[in-house]
Design a protein around this ligand. Sequence first.
Ligand code: GLA
Length: 752
Amino acid sequence: MGIIFHEEEQLFQLETLNTEYWIGIADEMYLGHIYYGKKIGDARCAYLLKTGERPFVPSKNRKEKASFTDSFPYEYPTWGTGDFRESCLNVRTAKGYRGCELFYESHAIIEGKPGLFGLPATFCQAEEQIKAKEGTEQNIADKAKSDLPGAGGQTLEITCRDPFLNLKVILRYSVFDDSDAIIRSAEIVNEGAKPVYLEKVLSACLTMDDENYDYLTLNGSWARERHIEKTPISHGKQGVFSERGISSHQEHPFLAVLDRNADQEQGRVYAMHFVYSGNFLAQVEKDPFDSLRMVMGIHPEGFCWELEPGMHFTAPEVVCMYSSEGLGKMTRNFHDLYRSHLIRSPYLHKKRPLLINNWEATYFDFDTDKLLAIAREAKKHGIEMLVMDDGWFGQRNHEYCSLGDWTVNQSKLKGGLEYLVEQVKAEGMKFGLWFEPEMVSPDSDLYRLHPEWAMQLPGRPATQGRGQYVLDLSQQEVIDYVYESVAKILRSADISYVKWDMNRPLTDVGSLYTEGKKQGELFHRFVLGLYQMQERLLKEFPNLLLENCASGGGRFDPGMLYYSPQIWCSDDTDAIERLEIQEGTALLYPLSTMGAHVSDCPNHIVGRSTPFTTRGHVALSGTFGYELDITKISKEDKEEIEEQTALYHKYQPLVREGDYYRLASWRENHHFDCWEVAAKDKSEALVTLVQVIAEAAFRSRKIRIKGLDAEADYLLEETGQVAKGSLWMEGGLLVPRDNGDFISHLYHFVRQ
Ligand code: GLA
């Protein structure tokens, strides 16, 4: 395991638990992709770099160089010198000439994994990552290198150069001892004497032959996030992207290329997932020779980065994952990677306080008394934390004012925030608070004082979204102000949890402070400003439980996960709508990261009524909590809350730490949904089954349980039935016939 350079063959071999990735240095120092997949373990694979009948390298036929450049499997393709497929790097000189060509120069294999300055990144060990973060943009790579003891992983740094521009490109590949992931990123360094303009810098590229593959993406909209979609790959370019300044509800920074018949257990899957929270491009292209090129990175639209001599630009990371055992294995690989190498929160392996949020209970119409009444009743039924959502600051009685004015509304909260927090604590509960720091309302004191702090195109009325503007987080002054106004509130009372919201996409992306040639940096600088604020927050309040949110799941991505161990999954809390949303989200993310609450019925978004039990069972596969006015619900529902909180305490460690298996999808079978979490030590497993639509002439349904010890006996607690693991796994569990829609069951298997 690890990274080897085969000197004689001029090959790099990157080995993970079950996969290998090979890169070759071809004649004339072109760097090419050779192979990615199951282990082959043979350095005689260099012949795979040859591209059929076409000339291997230009020197063999310089007059036809263009046919080489248009078919060579570049590791990191560039624009303008004859490769007509999607490029990763497009460079313009100050005089306006575009074109770049990279040649291998040197490499280093280092222990550990350097951090990325200002960006979220996977790490070998959390403490090392924190160390690597301290530094400046200039010295961070060296510092990180020398500081990392390197337990648990290795990094290959391949340095390439464009000799005409004197532009250095460092391609980084990291592997961990306990994972199948290969982490890629790229750093561009201007070693020339003049500035250059980076018009496109993607982070990773992967080339392979097309074998009748499909591609899989996660798509949706507000309140309908991350639905799984599979499409055949055709000639040309296809994929997903965001130009909204956030990773978005609409598309997800993820792309998988997979065998047409791949399912949960079998088939080849090549996946890429972007550790970034802004604009992205995730694309697969089938070229005229039926070879595929997968790329991922920051979307080039609206992007242009001025790189002055001596300066670096670091492209965010892409996680590459190959599974030869279908989507299920890919999913578990991602879950393990994010739990072990991305999420840093002290809550990662801890039970999160069981919360009640007042948003759907009161919207903007609340005061101290109302909140305390909710807290008192919630406490009686086992709930542990009250979260005060939007509406507690400035004049905020509706969504069209006061963002930016982070001072407590004294007429709503008589006695102030501190009084409310102390009263909630006196009830024996913790307290959490909502913010939306990146925004400003036109009707706010902040905007009246600093209209120039909003993103805008001078002379053009800026586009409002939810009645608000986006703050110019490319400016340190604005970042400092916003951070301080949030931190001041957090310093003023005992606040255990923050819900950090963001409720509109970026438009009118212009900065009054920024010179013309740097306006193309704003989308990315906005994201860097956001990351900086969250990093500072975690440093100053290390025990804070942070939950990110963006109108529900509009910024649910690995980048945000680096700062918060959980993210609000969707504003749609309907249990049935949540099935598809949570299925798509759990394709990549551990269940412990998915914000999921029980809300009241008829559901506020879709008007559907579902049993309270079903709402509880679906939310139990997320962070779990409530989003309703507990003082107004029926006695029966309140009693069920007590049962559900008991289930939460019983199953939370398993749900948080276990292996996830998707057993059936109602998206495919149109009747029922089913998933399982099995303990890693095989001591127990929890299966959740939801009959969405009842059917006449009931078909026999057997669900084959996964991840048990074949030789051990397991008790199914709900029925008292005992059977061998092999029987549960091969024979299966008989699913009862339920009369009615939206009915759910939990099945708990315990090793005897
Ligand atoms: C967003 C969030 C909701 C709620 C509202 C408040 O839509 O997703 O949960 O906090 O904002 O305005």
